[in-house]
Design a binder for this molecule. Structure first.
Ligand code: NAI
Length: 331
């Protein structure tokens, strides 16, 4: 400890340092902090002064009615085109609606013509009949999207569920159906990759936005990618494949300014579980395992995360569970 006189001098010096802190240094300091804490401690010399500093520049402009994030630069999809595979139903349909609400021209790429056309009319988009296992269909959807605006968004929501145990009780014939296994992988995994490679090729030819950004892709995996249940070998393999390829594809597409993320839904109330009494009973049983809230998720809750992955320019190469905290038991 110094003398009383030295302490007073030191305090005066500290105050001068802080008060005279040039804006560029404050700015640099603000950039070094990961989040927007408005108050933090600064330790100066050996005196240890706790100082509240409100960092305003480049951050949040706080008003009496709320907070405006002035430093958030979301990818603008207004007037761009977007493709949503599986967009005629469930999570895909909710994504199509939310992307359209942000001004995107959405191509609904699905097998279901009636539902697809109806939704396209509702949101001012277009329907393209697509089987994601057919490359020509995918190219048609991409060309249609290109005619509506620069292609900046692809959401891969087309998928099917399938459950069968690996072995049966009889002979070899009762072992799991290999064609079914191949079909699930063809739609959920290979179909997703085919859509990515074709759509990303078109995206790579668009004019870049700010910072070289050209577009964003979001895939739909599943909690089953991590906690596959009894009978889910094919489904879990397909969704685990989607999770696994997210990082390498994001790395590939970084060269052309396209981000890639994957959302892994838990139990979402969509037609994938069928309709009618049995399906309702099945869903009621499923939702018991959800940590909180004790219910199935809504397609809009999933779509909201998809839209965040699309528009948040710093979101890349990640898989995010959106599942109410459920960890699936064996059955
Ligand atoms: P959904 O059955 O409501 O919608 C799936 C859509 O994909 C349908 O419109 C269907 O026609 C389309 N589709 C199926 N095969 C296709 C193909 N070969 N080519 C083009 N379109 C095809 O299902 P949901 O629930 O909206 O599922 C969307 C995605 O989310 C799927 O990939 C699914 O595996 C995944 N998921 C869903 C969960 C849920 O609880 N609903 C949970 C975890 C993952």
């Amino acid at each position: 400890m110094g003398t009383q006189r030295e302490l007073v001098d030191q305090r005066r010096e500290n105050r001068a340092m802080v008060e005279g802190w040039p804006p560029c240094q404050l700015d640099a300091l603000s950039r070094r902090l990961a989040g927007p804490p408005l108050v933090y401690r600064v330790k100066l010399g050996d005196v240890g002064v706790a100082l509240g500093v409100a960092l305003v520049e480049g951050w949040a402009a706080v008003s009496s009615v709320g907070v405006t994030l002035t430093n958030l630069a979301p990818m603008d999809i207004n007037g761009a085109s977007a493709i949503v595979t599986g967009g005629a139903s469930g999570i895909g349909a909710a994504c199509a609606r939310q992307l359209a609400a942000k001004g995107a021209k959405v191509v609904i790429a699905d097998l279901q013509e009636d539902k697809g056309n109806e939704l396209a009319k509702e949101i001012g988009g277009a329907f393209c009949k697509v089987d994601v296992t057919n490359t020509d269909d995918i190219i048609n959807a991409v060309e249609m999207a290109k005619s509506m605006g620069p292609l900046r968004v692809l959401v891969n929501s087309a998928g099917i569920g399938w459950a069968q145990r690996t072995v049966g009780r009889g002979g070899y014939d009762t072992a799991a159906n290999l064609d079914a296994f191949r079909k699930v992988l063809a739609i959920n995994l290979t179909g997703t990759f085919d859509c990515i490679r074709i759509a990303a090729t078109a995206m790579s030819q668009t004019e870049p936005l700010a910072h070289g950004e050209r577009g964003a892709i979001v895939n739909m995996a599943s909690a089953a990618a991590f906690d596959g249940q009894i009978g889910q070998a094919a489904y879990s393999a397909s969704k685990g494949g989607v999770v696994g390829m997210t990082l390498p594809i994001a790395r590939d597409l970084s060269a052309v300014g396209v981000r890639v993320n994957t959302v892994a839904p838990g139990l979402i109330d969509t037609p994938i579980y069928g309709e009618g009494e049995n399906s309702e009973a099945f869903k009621a049983n499923l939702e018991k395992g959800v940590l909180f809230p004790h219910r199935l998720g809504s397609p809009d809750e999933l779509a909201s995360m998809v839209v965040e992955c699309v528009t948040n320019s710093y979101m890349n190469a990640e898989t995010i569970r959106v599942d109410g905290g459920i960890r699936m038991p064996p059955k």
